[in-house]
Design a protein around this ligand. Structure first.
Ligand code: AMP
Ligand code: MG
Length: 337
C-alpha cells in the first residue's frame, strides 16, 4: 500500500490490464502495462492510433543516491534495451528524470506492439512526482503515449484527458497542470557511433543542450549520412478543430470581417485585426518555457469557444523555440477539421 489511495487504485487497474490517465511533466499520458499486449491494444483502440506508430516506455528512476550512477541507469534500461551506448547513460544521468526520450535497440522480450514492429524502443523516465511514485511501486515499465485521440491536441491537465474520452470510463490521476506543456524531446541513439545522436522530435530540452552533455563522449559523427527513419511524426498533428494560422512576416491573412478571432501575439502589432467582429488578444512574451506551458491549454480553450480563426505570431527561429515552432506548424497544417 502507498500513501495515496489514487495511486493504489491506479496500480490495481494496471494489474487488471486496464488503461489509466497519468500526469507527467510534459503532457498527460494513457498508461498501460508495457508487458501486457492486451492492455497495450486498448491504448491503440482508445487513441485510434495506427498500429505501426510506436509507444514510449516509461521507467522509474533509480533511488536518489544512485541518480548519478551510470550503472544504476544501465540496470534500469536493461529490461528494455540492449547494446546500450555510453551516450545513453550520460544523457540518463544528466537529464532523467526529465523531458527526454531516447530511442535504443530493443531488448528481445519487448513486444512489437510497443515498438510498432521496429527493432528499436523509445524510453523515458518522467519527472513528475505522481508518475515517479506510481512507476516505483509498479516496478516495471508503462507504455504511455499522450492521452489524446490520434492527431489531436495533447492534454495538459486531468480534465483535458476526460474531455478527450468522454464516453470511456477512464480513471485519471489528477497531478495538476503539466510543467513543461509539450511532448518530450526524442533523440535516436541507435548506431550513435556511426551516425551520432539524431533528433527525431524537438522538445523543450534543446539539441544544443543535449550535444553539450554528450561532448565528453563525443565521437566523430558523419553529418552527410542520411537520417534513416524519422519517427512516426506526421506533418499534421497536435491539431485544433478551429483553423489555425501561423502569422509570419509575409503571411496573407484571410478576410477577417465579421470573424471571431483569437490571437496570440508576440506584441509586434499594436492594433491588430480591427476588422474582426470579436477579438481575444493574448500577449505572450518571449519566454519559451512559459509559452510551451500554456500552448495546448489555449488551443483547447479556443476550440471550445467557436472562434473562426486562431492566429499565432510566428515565434523566433532560435534553438529554444524550435519545439514550439514545430508544434505550431503541425497544428496549423492539421487544423480546421
Ligand atoms: P507520444 O507518446 O504521443 O508522445 O508519441 C510517441 C512518439 O515517440 C511518436 O512520435 C513516436 O513515433 C516516437 N517513437 C516511439 N518509439 C519510437 C521508436 N522506436 N523509434 C522512433 N520513434 C519512436
Ligand atoms: Mg502524442
Amino acid at each position: 500500500m502507498s500513501q495515496s489511495p489514487e495511486i493504489d487504485h491506479a496500480l490495481a487497474l494496471l494489474r487488471a490490464g486496464q488503461v489509466i490517465g497519468l500526469p507527467t511533466e510534459t503532457v498527460y499520458g494513457l498508461a498501460a502495462d508495457a508487458s501486457d499486449e492486451a492492455a497495450i491494444k486498448k491504448i491503440y483502440e482508445l487513441k485510434g492510433r495506427p498500429a505501426d506508430h510506436p509507444l514510449i516506455v516509461h521507467i522509474a528512476p533509480p533511488s536518489l543516491k544512485d541518480k548519478d550512477s551510470e550503472e544504476a541507469w544501465s540496470l534500469a534500461l536493461q529490461p528494455w534495451a540492449r547494446d546500450i551506448p555510453e551516450e545513453a547513460l550520460v544523457l540518463a544521468k544528466t537529464f532523467w528524470p526529465g523531458p527526454l526520450t531516447m530511442v535504443l535497440t530493443k531488448a528481445k522480450q519487448v513486444s512489437p506492439l510497443v515498438t510498432g514492429g521496429q527493432d528499436t524502443v523509445a524510453i523515458r523516465c518522467p519527472n513528475h512526482p505522481v508518475a515517479i511514485d506510481l512507476l516505483k511501486q509498479w516496478g516495471k515499465g508503462l507504455v504511455a503515449p499522450s492521452a489524446n485521440r490520434f492527431g489531436k491536441v495533447s492534454p495538459t491537465c486531468a480534465q483535458d484527458v476526460l474531455d478527450e474520452f468522454p464516453r470511456q470510463d477512464l480513471f485519471v490521476i489528477d497531478g495538476g497542470a503539466c510543467q513543461v506543456g509539450i511532448e518530450s524531446t526524442i533523440i535516436d541513439l541507435t548506431r550513435v557511433e556511426q551516425l551520432g545522436p539524431r533528433l527525431l522530435r524537438p522538445g523543450m530540452l534543446t539539441e544544443d543542450t543535449i550535444l553539450q552533455a554528450l561532448s565528453l563522449v563525443a565521437k566523430e559523427s558523419d553529418d552527410s549520412s542520411p537520417v534513416p527513419r524519422v519517427s512516426g511524426s506526421l506533418s499534421a498533428h497536435y491539431a485544433p478543430k478551429t483553423p489555425l494560422i501561423l502569422r509570419g512576416r509575409n503571411t496573407v491573412l484571410p478576410d477577417l470581417n465579421h470573424k471571431k478571432v483569437a490571437y496570440v501575439s508576440l506584441g509586434l502589432d499594436p492594433q491588430p485585426f480591427a476588422q474582426a467582429s470579436e477579438l481575444t488578444l493574448l500577449e505572450w512574451g518571449l519566454n519559451p518555457a512559459k509559452y510551451a506551458q500554456q500552448l495546448y491549454r489555449v488551443l483547447r480553450d479556443f476550440d471550445k469557444e467557436n472562434y473562426d480563426y486562431i492566429i499565432f505570431d510566428e515565434p523566433p527561429h532560435a534553438q529554444e523555440w524550435l519545439a514550439i515552432l514545430d508544434r505550431l506548424k503541425r497544428a496549423a497544417r492539421g487544423s480546421g477539421h
